[in-house]
Ligand binder design. Structure first.
Ligand code: TRP
Length: 320
């Protein structure tokens, strides 16, 4: 079978090192092996927030992050929801194929509602997983690299594809989730690395910002540095961070630092991260915002051509 990769992110803010080691590095490899589409999921942002004034800035920022890490527009098609009417139009037939009970049962949706800070839960909260099926199926995506929280949505996509094919004839492949390694990196305070918690190192952070963030990172007062995830999670996390950036084992780094204490650990981590980010910063600087907008416009055209063909097929199968 001819595999096609589809991945995406919501444009809600700068990508950080957690994203890099969790998914971006993998995408950069996948683009050499498969046709790949990368979605800037701008319509999905309005599921649970309104940031009309920021969406443009975040979209351009996300694209620059992609380019900086080495996603190559000559290989991968980067596009956004709002530029592809035919993708969005798939939502209607797809919604007719799932029940309200199924929409309500989605564990990721339930979790997001439980943690939402919004007073009102929008209808899109229940239907966006079906929209995500349109994201994946418009290009007949077969491989979907995602984290664990997205598995229910890939399952919805398979359900939609299977039911569509049963009812109207074979149009869609059944996509599979490509599970990456589990979240390797925690934030600098030991919690989940997340921009909103101020514990993340953005891929666009300067050398000074990086140094300041690591300086503030939580550690402990034991002088001898050891890699002990259970007992010393914060120290272990800094060692993991430095190790990932250096391509070395955190244990080995701990042995080298020895009784240098938290200060030496932070020096090593800061140097490792800044060294690692150097080529990423350099590549980012090669693009202006105008370049980014142009690249996105070209990606949108390509993705739209694909979506038009799929929608044609869908409408023909349905007898419109
Ligand atoms: N829901 C994903 C996230 O929040 C983003 C996304 C939208 C996506 N559509 C997708 C991911 C399709 C994979 C496939 O990160």
């Amino acid at each position: 079978m001819n595999d096609v990769v589809l991945t995406g992110d919501r444009p809600t803010g700068p990508l950080h090192l957690g994203h890099y080691f969790g998914s971006l590095a993998n995408r950069v490899m996948l683009q050499d092996k498969y046709p790949m589409y990368v979605l800037i999921a701008d319509y999905q942002v309005i599921t649970d927030r309104d940031l009309p004034g920021e969406i443009q800035r975040h979209t351009t920022g996300l694209l620059l992050d992609y380019l900086a890490v080495g996603i190559d527009p000559a290989k991968a098609t980067v596009f956004r929801h709002s530029a592809i009417p035919e993708l969005n139009q798939l939502l209607l037939p797809f919604l007719s194929l799932v029940s309200v009970a199924e929409l309500r049962r989605n564990p990721t949706v339930k979790d997001e509602i439980a943690h939402s800070s919004q007073a009102v839960v929008s209808g899109l909260m229940f239907t966006y997983p079906v929209h995500q099926a349109a994201d994946i199926l418009f290009c007949k995506g077969t491989l979907v690299p995602v984290g664990k929280d997205q598995l229910p949505h890939v399952e919805v996509t398979r359900t939609v594809a299977r039911r569509f094919n049963e009812r109207y004839g074979p149009v869609f492949p059944l996509p599979e989730a490509l599970m990456g390694e589990q979240p390797v990196l925690k934030g600098l305070d030991g919690g989940k690395m997340s921009k909103s918690r101020g514990n993340a190192i953005a891929l666009s952070a300067t050398e000074d910002e990086t140094a300041a963030l690591i300086r503030k990172a939580r550690t402990d007062s034991e002088r001898l540095i050891t890699f002990d995830e259970e007992r010393r999670p914060e120290v272990a996390n800094l060692l993991t961070l430095a190790g990932l950036c250096l391509g070395r084992s955190p244990r080995e780094l701990a042995d080298e630092i020895g009784d240098g204490g938290a200060a030496q650990l932070k020096r090593v981590a800061t140097e490792a991260v800044n060294e690692f980010l150097r080529p990423i910063r350099r590549r980012r600087a090669e693009y202006t915002e105008a370049d980014a907008r142009q690249i996105l416009a070209e990606g949108n055209v390509k993705a739209r051509e694909r979506a038009v063909r799929t929608l044609d097929e869908v409408q023909a199968a349905m007898g419109f």
